[in-house]
Design a protein around this ligand. Structure first.
Ligand code: NDP
Length: 452
């Protein structure tokens, strides 16, 4: 229960953040979601207030913005804007993905970098938080154009990163192909072969299970939440959104565990296959999205089911929901539909996929378990952390070893959520648990360093 005094503290804190970051709604949304749990938590711990820890955590260490100039296949000069937000390195080198999407701007990357600080802390690995990207749209570009863009982007970014400074990875629009081009360019510029990026191919220092890790980790988090309530995934109907890296590997693990995946989507619409997306159908989708770079609607021509243009899958009755596409993809009315249709649990594969209004609706329905992205999608960065360890050791672990680590890390995250998020009536508030546990470790390190 938040007292009037704490509500005043929260409002004045958020007003300050808004004043200092005008026109950055996504960043403000991410800060608000965290502050709602942290301000009551630190109310009786004056050291955090005296040292302005939360204020310092919401101010990035630095933001680098740069011009990216490249040439398209017709010889036209093209100009994009690149960014790297180095948010906080209190517990390790900055770590977080790179996003290439036309919607990328400073607000989106600051929200992602801020979230990343808490997520990385939850993994228990020594990683700070950062995020980067560009307003470049890889859709419809040839391989050569993507290569030239990645090389131009890395030419500037290379001045600001390094294996002990800042270690980027993939995100929306940045997969194995883009990581390969960027790593190659870094190696050429610096003349050093070092673990400066994660998500690399196996042949040049990648980790087994890294491509799968975010999606698998999301399912492992769901398994943990259900097991805590003496339930399992097997036989449950699952709505998954997206059809990129996170969504497809989330679906793969669900199918392997005996669940029934009935939806997938892309930015144009979603498909509903009531008979269930099988492993073979999923392999076809991966080929469609990763090689042919086609649209999800093609699925119904191949396998049947229905395609819903311009819609999201949350109206389809399901027991488990996995938003794995992008931010704010579950709004208030989507949350109401999920509840009305009897959804039991949501695990967020995408970053901040649920709007604040939707979170409120879901929190009013205690039977609906809800894991925030900073807990449910931490598997990706966790295995990136393991990739960094393997690069330092100049070793490559087996699939089983990495999967075992991933399982343990997700179990550890779930335990922390339960420790810090369980109310007197036994209800687990996974948002509160993840925020407080993630905050504690970073805050302790910041206190140890003194005022800086
Ligand atoms: P991909 O680029 O591989 O896939 C993104 C998917 O989401 C595509 O199906 C895309 O559709 C869809 N999508 C993108 N933007 C929108 C939009 N505005 N509305 C509806 N659908 C959209 O990205 P990832 O799978 O890597 O990332 C998905 C989410 O997971 C992001 O929130 C990302 O930050 C998060 N995440 C990713 C991690 C990783 O390891 N990759 C780690 C942790 C979090 P289309 O094909 O039409 O573009």
């Amino acid at each position: 229960m938040v007292s009037t005094h704490q509500a005043d503290d929260l409002n004045s804190f958020l007003a300050g953040v808004e004043r200092r970051n005008p026109g950055e709604p996504e960043f403000l949304q991410a800060v608000q979601e965290v502050a709602m749990d942290i301000i009551p938590y630190i109310a009786d711990k004056p050291i955090y207030k005296d040292l302005m820890i939360l204020e310092r955590m919401t101010e990035p260490d630095r933001i680098v913005t740069f011009r990216v100039v490249w040439e398209d296949d017709d010889g036209n000069v093209r100009v994009n804007r690149g960014f790297r937000v180095q948010q906080n390195n209190a517990i390790g080198p900055y770590k977080g993905g790179i996003r290439f999407h036309p919607t990328v701007n400073q607000s989106v990357l600051k929200f992602l970098a801020f979230e990343q600080v808490f997520k990385n802390s939850l993994t228990g690995l020594p990683m700070g938080g950062g995020k980067g990207g560009a307003d470049f749209n890889p859709k419809g570009k040839s391989d050569r154009e993507v290569m030239r863009f990645c090389q131009a982007f890395m030419t500037e970014l290379s001045k600001h990163i390094g294996p002990d400074t800042d270690v980027p990875a993939g995100d929306i629009g940045v997969g194995a192909r883009e990581v390969g081009y960027m790593f190659g360019q870094y190696k050429r510029l610096m003349n050093r072969f070092e673990g400066v990026l994660t998500g690399k191919a196996l042949e040049f220092g990648g980790s087994r299970i890294r491509p799968e890790a975010t999606g698998y980790g999301c399912v492992y988090m769901m398994e943990e939440m259900l097991a805590h309530h003496k339930e399992s995934i097997e036989g449950r109907s699952c709505a998954v959104s997206g059809s990129g890296n996170v969504a497809t590997y989330c679906a793969e693990k669900l199918i392997e565990l005996g669940a029934k995946v009935i939806t997938l989507s892309d930015s144009a619409g979603f498909i509903h296959d009531p008979s269930g997306i099988t492993h073979d159908k999923l392999m076809w989708i991966m080929e469609l999205k990763n090689k042919r770079r086609g649209r999800i609607e093609e699925y119904v021509r191949e396998f049947g089911g229905e395609y819903f243009e311009g819609e999201r899958p949350w109206n389809v009755p399901c027991e488990l929901a996995f938003p794995c596409a992008t931010q704010n993809e579950i709004d208030k009315s989507d949350a109401e539909k999920l509840i009305k249709n009897g959804c039991r649990a949501i695990a967020e594969g995408a970053n901040m996929p649920t709007t604040p209004e939707a979170i409120k609706v879901i929190q009013g329905k205690k039977e609906l378990l809800h894991s925030p992205s900073k807990a449910a999608n931490a598997g990706g960065v966790a295995v990136s952390g393991l990739e960094m360890s393997q690069n330092s050791l100049r070793l490559q672990w087996s699939r089983d070893e990495v999967d075992d680590h991933l399982h343990k890390i997700i179990r550890g995250i779930h335990d922390q959520c339960v420790e810090f998020g369980t109310a007197a009536d036994g209800h687990v508030d996974y948002f509160k648990g993840a925020n407080v546990a993630g905050f504690n470790k970073v805050a302790s390190a910041m206190i140890a360093y003194g005022v800086m």
